[in-house]
Design a binder for this molecule. Structure first.
Ligand SMILES: [Zn+2]
Length: 292
């Protein structure tokens, strides 16, 4: 996918802002959206999100998952103006959020990764039918409208996020809630750490928003009503932090970090890291925009 203009606002005023391991990130001077210059092909994407992307050591600490899922669920319940009947977790990975919610509402999950959906079905056999693997270029298999759609930690993985969000919003009922989280390129951590910021892991992370560009994209371009935007940290394991640090270091620097987590027995200890570099946001789909 050749980059000729900003994929959010179509401006051609792009400036090189970060170079990481041979990859170039370009920042739009108009809307401040940051995008990877050379995105991976479909074949490369399939390899990235294969079995190795979801090792148990990376997402395996249940207390972290539970805490994160509870926080996300509280966010949804806080903004949904009526009981949530149907929810879609778009980019559900191994399906933990859908499983967390399935006793509260009719939650479903979908993902482009066949490996993720296989794990979701294996990990949660009692609700296996609620997980769906998406095929590139094939319309979303939902002819119903959801009350809530979530895209947790998804946007940064997309080379061209707006067409995907636009298609996803077709599955949301008028007045429905759209929730997301994504790294905040405008955060102090992103600015201070520069090319060493832990979320700068191309080619899997390709698109970065800050508050301004997220509002531009979702309010101005996609006509959603912003209800909540906040930067926050994350509950995670020491192992996952070391994994993230290792991703931004050269190989020689990464190996000692992985060994350290094992030797010190710290790998599965969880903690809240107040980095304030993750945007958490809730938008509402206008009622009038969806009248057909
Ligand atoms: Zn732009």
């Amino acid at each position: 996918m050749e980059l000729t203009c900003c994929r959010v606002c179509l401006s051609t005023e792009l400036r090189l802002c970060r170079q990481v391991r041979g990859f170039s990130f370009m920042r739009c001077a108009n809307c401040s959206f940051v995008q990877l210059k050379d995105c991976p092909s479909a074949a490369e994407t399939n390899i990235i999100y294969g079995e190795k992307y979801y090792p148990s050591s990376k997402y395996g600490e249940q207390s972290c998952l539970d805490a994160e899922n509870q926080r996300r669920a509280a966010l949804i319940w806080g903004f949904a103006d009526s009981p949530v009947a149907r929810l879609l977790d778009f980019g559900c990975g191994p399906g933990d959020f859908v499983a967390h919610l399935h006793s509260h509402c009719e939650a479903e999950g979908c993902d482009i990764s066949a490996a993720a959906i296989r794990m979701a079905k294996e990990n949660h056999p009692e609700i296996a039918e609620r997980f769906c693997c998406l095929k590139p270029g094939i319309p979303l298999p939902y002819n119903q409208r959801f009350d809530v759609i979530c895209m947790w930690d998804v946007l940064e993985h997309l080379g061209d996020p707006l067409p995907v969000i636009s298609e996803v919003l077709e599955c949301l009922r008028p007045g429905g809630i759209f929730c997301l989280s994504t790294p905040d390129f405008g955060s102090a951590a992103a600015r201070l750490l520069g090319r060493w910021w832990w979320f700068l892991t191309p080619p899997e992370h390709q698109s970065f928003f800050n508050r301004a560009s997220l509002c531009y994209a979702l309010r101005k371009v996609l006509n959603l009503e912003p209800l909540y935007i906040r930067s926050q940290g994350k509950r995670t394991t020491v192992a996952f932090m070391l994994y993230k640090f290792a991703r931004v270091l050269p190989d020689r620097g990464a190996l000692p970090l992985r060994r350290l987590s094992t030797i010190a027995g710290l790998a599965q200890h969880s903690l809240y890291v107040p980095t304030f570099d993750i945007l958490s946001a809730v938008f509402r789909k206008p009622v009038e925009a969806a009248v057909e």
